[in-house]
Structure formats: C-alpha cells, structure tokens
Design a protein around this ligand. Sequence first.
Ligand code: SF4
Ligand code: SF4
Length: 299
Amino acid sequence: MQGIVTNIQRFSVHDGPGIRTTVFLKGCNLRCFWCHNPEDINPKPEIQFFPERCILCAACVESCVHAAHSMDNGDHIFQRERCTACGDCIDACYAKAVVLVGETMPAEAVVAEVVQDQAFYASSGGGVTLSGGEPLLQLDFSCVVLARCRELGIHTAIETAANFPWSRLASILPHVDLVMMDIKHMDSRRHRQSTGVPNERILENAASLGRQPQPLIIRTPVIPGVNDAAEDIAAIAEFVVTLPNLLYYELLPYHPMADSKYRSLDRPNRAAGLAPPSADKMAELVAAAAAAGVVVRTG
Ligand code: SF4
Ligand code: SF4
C-alpha cells in the first residue's frame, strides 16, 4: 500500500493534543483561495522551483532529458509543461533550488517514521495526525497507516474538510481517535465563492461526526472579507454547539506565509496582500462564538 506524502513533520504541536507527528498527504478537493499549503492541492508529485536559491550552476540543465531547465543570458528558465516530475534534477541541485514535492511512500515506511517519537507521544498525550491536503482522498492508504499506528498504541487523528459522501468518513473512523474538521462558512453561496464547493454535504457530515464516539474539534480559519464578521462566526458557533461530542471550537487566524510557495509552483497567490486579522478582531470573534455557549480556543 503506497501513498503520496508531501511532508512528515515531527514534533508538531498545532495538529492535535500533545507532541505529534503530522503526515501531510497530497491532494485536496477544495480550492480555498487563501490556502497556505498550495503544494498539497495537486494530487500528483510536482516540482517546486525557488529561483532565489538558484546559483546558476546549470547542473539541472545537464540532468533533465526533457529540457525543462535552460539558461538564457544568466536567467534560469524552468518550463514546467515539459516536466514529468521524474526527480532527476533534484539530486543534481546542490542549492536545493528544485524540490520534488510529493513522495510515493509505502505505508510501513510512514509508520516507521511515526514510531520513532513514540516516547514523546506517551509523555505528552500526543500521537499521529494525518493532514494535507485532504487525507481522505487517499483513503485506503490513510486507513492502513492509522490502523497500524493504533495497533502500536499510538493515538490517531485526522484533519479533514469532510467534503465527501459519508461512507468515506465512516470507513476511516474505526481507525481514528480524534477528528479535526474545518467549517469555513454557514452560507453555502459564500462557501462556494471562497472554496469552490458548496457546504451542504460538509455540514451534513459535521452533524453525523457529532454523533460518533470520537471527540470532534471544529476549526474555522478566519479569513478577512470571507468570515471575519461576528455574525459569520456566531452562525458557525450556533451550529457546532449542537454537536454532542464537540471537544471545542477553534478559530485560526489567517497568516500570509505562502507567497514563495505559490511562486515556486508557478501559481497565482489569490490571497496576496491579505492582512491577518488583528488581535482585537480575534477577541471580538472569540466573544461572538462564546456567546453561543461553545468552548472556544484560538490557534
Ligand atoms: S523532475 Fe525530471 S523532468 Fe522535471 S525538470 Fe527535473 S529532471 Fe526534468
Ligand atoms: S542545479 Fe539548482 S542551483 Fe544549479 S542551476 Fe539548477 S536549480 Fe539552479
């Protein structure tokens, strides 16, 4: 069983309780315009090119049989449309200016990396989190990794947007100890405007997840102009407070950290110039959520 993994982040403290290893899987079926992990959207391996790191040594030009790299008057030209993501130029690039994002890995190799920090999970109440991207797009792989981790006594969590038929979620839940799910907006039209998909199925799945034995954390990335009005957050809080197994509701302020990632992938950053919400704005939104009677935290 193999999956396409973008990154395995050890000693993570933002993706569930305790010290965790977060496994980022490639591929997502939402198109949130503010996405800060654009390298996780495309389900296939792809090349990131960081021109600011390039020392113009031309080693990649020699290594690429598809002529995707070339030099033109001291400029490095990368023609992405020629690239098959074979990875041959990666080893050639001493400066790490070209990076292959998306490694095909056996489930056992992922588990072997997760297991290395088992002592830290035990002492901190941590474990493993599958994230992305959307881990449920690689459902069989995710199930195998989580099941194996659980057999080894490791706490398991998933981060999902839950934009699937319920059957997909139902099949992964037996391997999961904690579910973290995003709700971005209660208004389906506005949800579609900013994420590319409507929210009806997501909300139905949230209601079903709310009746499962696993604890549930609902999270909202706070995006200026999308959902940063008190009434936007209050509407979500009034919904999530009805979920019986809700652990807490978390507000995550937008952070503009992804610009160089977008450039490295030759994709426009549709959130360029968007400022993060202020501390006062976050306090206002926390108060709006708390007024609905929900336990609320900020990331
Ligand atoms: S990944 Fe392969 S095809 Fe793509 S640029 Fe590098 S060597 Fe060429
Ligand atoms: S091998 Fe790396 S540093 Fe050298 S030209 Fe290619 S991208 Fe630039």
